[in-house]
Every structure is written in structure tokens, then in C-alpha cells.
Ligand binder design. Structure first.
Ligand code: SAM
Ligand code: SF4
Length: 324
């Protein structure tokens, strides 16, 4: 439990701060702040921390980044994690561009759920937002469905002036493929130009936009995820849609269940606060499991009641280096 009575059992592990895309809201233009390769935790170091986390009651883990699929040993890492008793769920967050070739090996290694970012279906719009090729992502989505993950979800960041015309087509696409689509409010977690207030769209606005096309019916089912999304089903299309209103939802942080591990070995108790606890130095001076556990406990104890995005929060690391 953290100081606010929240049970923290979910560790999101960024395995690299590198990415093969450059989303406008995540990676600042011309970004050169990469961690040095030797500063990235090795597979063995990550597995050691997962063992310690399980000992403290963590049960759910997510591989993220940067783009986790640019790391060559991602399958080996997933397999190693799945073999640790107490690891119940391994999820993956990916931009999907490399998933076509990796979906099957990752599923076989023990990854159970996948979240794929898809901010637009139109190739030109997708390229403008991410710099990438949407055809690769669509191939990745097909491969993920074929590989038999327990859940595949699509994540859409709401961007005024960039993807409003895509919201409804994305919902239709999700419905056609049986995939929940989650709309995410833009958070000020990078220095990027796209994080201008003029780009911000609230989840209330997108809900009204969708409700005007098909009636939204709230879905209270808690099995839909471990996260903060509020789910609705669209009556006619049958689409399942989630809304992550980190900025406008009151009490958003009250059910927070997670901490983050950065690729360079720092635990971030909260995405919306700067505090970090350094585990890499401890790992590299061969700290005991008990010492590592004490540091992880310290990070949980440092979890604030909530983020401070509303109070002129300025990020110290861009999102690509924190891990989403
Ligand atoms: N590369 C993978 C991907 O794109 O899914 C995993 C890492 S990415 C940082 C994780 C998630 O964070 C993605 O769904 C992305 O859209 C989201 N994200 C990044 N920057 C964001 C921002 N400024 N506001 C809201 N969501 C953001
Ligand atoms: Fe890369 Fe994901 Fe960030 Fe886009 S959101 S730049 S794909 S890490």
C-alpha cells in the first residue's frame, strides 16, 4: 500500500528510450537526450528487479518504452519474466510498426496483452503525427490478432487540428476488428510543440462527438483492464470505447496502481511528478535483494496523492525517456 491506501501492484518497465517513430507529443524535435547504451538496464538486471517487485506484491508488468520492439532482446526478456513465479500478467505497449514479425514469438514467450498506438488511419495524417507508416501498424495489428493475445487494444491520443476526423473511423475500425479503442487526453509530459493548449481535447468532447453518432452506454466491467480508462459501448456499432481523461477527470489518481521503471533504471513513482529513485546504482554495486526491495518500497512511499499537470508542470524528461 502507498501512503494513500492505494495497492501498488503494477510495474511499467521501459526497456529502451529509443524509438523508430517521433510522435509530435512524445519526442521533442531534434531530441538528442538518449541515455548511453551502458546506462540501459540489461535483461538480467530487469529480471532481478522483477523478482524483487514480485516479492513486494507486484503482479502485473508491462513492457514499454520508447518503442520496446526496437530492443533486440525483447522476446528473451518477456520469456524470462514469464518464468518468474508470481508474475501474473505481462502486457506490451507498442507503436505496432514491428509487431508483424514479433507478435507470435512474444505471445509464445508469455506476453498476454498488447496495446497498440494508432492515432490515425489515413497514411498522410498518421505520418504527420508519428513520422511512421500506418501500413506497418495495420500489419502489426493483424498479426497481434492472429497470434491470440488475450486482449489487443488501440490507443488514440486526442489532438485538435490533427486527428478529429479520425475519431469515428478509428471507432469503426476497432468495432470491425473486435478491438477496444481508448482515447487519451494529451498530457504535458514532453517539451514538444504539439503540447500547446490549443491542441488539447477533453474526453468529454470526444464522448459528445461519438454520442452524436451512436449512443454511448457506460460499461462498469472492471475486467476490461488494469488502468484508468472508463469504458462505454456504442449501442448500434457495438464498439467498445475507453476514455482516459488524465487531465480533466476528477479523482483520476485515486485508483492509481502503478509505478514506472525507466530504461536507465530509475523508479518513477508518478508520471506527473519529477521524483525518481535510482535502482541502477544499487544493482551495479551488487545490492542485496533486501536493499533493492527497500528502495522500491521507498519509491512507493513517495507516491504523491496525484499528478500536478494542472499547475504548470514542466517535464524533466520527455515521455519517450520516461516510458508510457
Ligand atoms: N512506443 C510505444 C507506443 O507508442 O505505444 C510505447 C511507449 S508510448 C510513450 C506509450 C503511450 O504513451 C502511447 O499510447 C502514447 O500515445 C502515449 N503518449 C506519449 N506521449 C503522450 C502525451 N504527451 N500525452 C498523452 N499520451 C502520450
Ligand atoms: Fe515512439 Fe511511442 Fe513516443 Fe510515439 S509515443 S515517439 S511511438 S515512444
Amino acid at each position: 500500500m502507498d501512503p494513500f491506501g492505494r495497492r501498488i501492484d503494477y510495474l511499467r518497465i521501459s526497456i529502451t528510450d529509443r524509438c523508430n517513430e517521433r510522435c509530435l507529443y512524445c519526442m521533442p524535435e531534434g531530441y538528442r537526450g538518449w541515455a548511453q547504451r551502458p546506462d540501459h538496464l540489461t535483461t538480467a538486471e530487469i529480471l532481478a528487479l522483477v523478482r524483487v517487485a514480485v516479492g513486494l506484491g507486484f503482479r502485473k508488468f508491462r513492457l514499454t518504452g520508447g518503442e520496446p520492439l526496437v530492443r533486440a532482446d525483447v522476446v528473451e526478456l518477456a520469456r524470462g519474466m514469464a518464468a518468474i513465479p508470481g508474475v501474473e500478467v505481462i502486457g506490451l505497449s507498442t507503436n505496432g510498426t514491428r509487431l508483424a514479425g514479433l507478435a507470435r514469438p512474444l505471445r509464445a514467450a508469455g506476453v498476454r496483452t498488447v496495446n497498440i498506438s494508432l492515432d490515425a488511419l489515413d497514411p498522410a495524417r498518421y505520418r504527420r503525427i508519428t513520422g511512421g507508416n500506418v501500413a506497418d501498424v495495420l500489419a502489426g495489428i493483424r498479426a497481434a490478432v492472429a497470434a491470440g493475445f488475450e486482449r489487443v487494444k488501440l490507443n488514440v491520443v486526442l489532438l485538435r487540428g490533427l486527428n478529429e476526423s479520425e475519431w469515428w473511423p478509428l471507432v469503426r475500425f476497432g468495432a470491425e476488428h473486435g478491438l477496444p479503442v481508448r482515447f487519451i487526453e494529451l498530457m504535458p509530459v514532453s517539451h514538444a510543440d504539439a503540447l500547446d493548449a490549443a491542441r488539447f481535447v477533453s474526453v468529454t468532447e470526444v464522448m459528445a462527438h461519438l454520442d452524436a453518432r451512436d449512443r454511448l452506454v457506460p460499461q462498469p466491467d472492471p475486467r476490461l483492464g488494469h488502468g484508468p480508462a472508463k469504458y462505454h459501448r456504442l449501442e448500434r456499432t457495438g464498439a467498445l470505447v475507453g476514455f482516459i481523461g488524465a487531465i480533466t477527470t476528477q479523482h483520476f489518481c485515486e485508483t492509481c496502481n502503478r509505478v514506472r521503471l525507466t530504461a536507465d533504471g530509475k523508479i518513477r513513482p508518478c508520471l506527473g511528478q519529477h521524483g525518481e529513485v535510482d535502482l541502477r546504482s544499487a544493482l551495479r554495486r551488487h545490492a542485496t535483494e533486501a536493499e533493492l526491495a527497500a528502495l522500491l518500497r521507498l519509491a512507493i512511499a513517495q507516491k504523491p496523492a496525484g499528478h500536478t499537470f494542472g499547475a504548470d508542470f514542466t517535464p524533466c524528461r520527455p515521455m519517450v525517456a520516461v516510458g508510457g
